[in-house]
Design a protein around this ligand. Sequence first.
Ligand code: ZN
Length: 145
Amino acid sequence: MEPNQVNYSINHAGAFSNFGNVTEGMIKGKIFLKESLNLTSMEVSLNNLPPKGEIPFYHKHQENEELYIFLKGQGLIQVDGNEFEVIEGTSVRIAPDGVRVLKNTSASEDLHFIVIQAKENSLSQWVQTDGIILEQPVEWGKSVK
Ligand code: ZN
């Protein structure tokens, strides 16, 4: 590690239920994290689709797969003409070429979800092979920020 190297970035986006007041990019209720966190291997967005809200266009990707992780609410996701119900706890992976769209099917509840996009087939190591457990005791409270 270089001296003075900062090994972290933090974004406090606030409550998902307040994202409807934020306009960033094309879609209201969507907060992208790549720039604020200096992400280098993925783009991540935090999303709130309001009751009966719909993404108004189909899209696909050139080289990134997408992972949709649903945290709250209920909706429908459509991929290549196939529709799937999504609820809290549902995760959906879509290959770059998949033609996709999403809507909130609830009349009263927001749909909260996270989208992670990363280059397809780029992952070479993960939990068991990339993580290193260190031989130092865990301490808390030394530098609260
Ligand atoms: Zn996308």
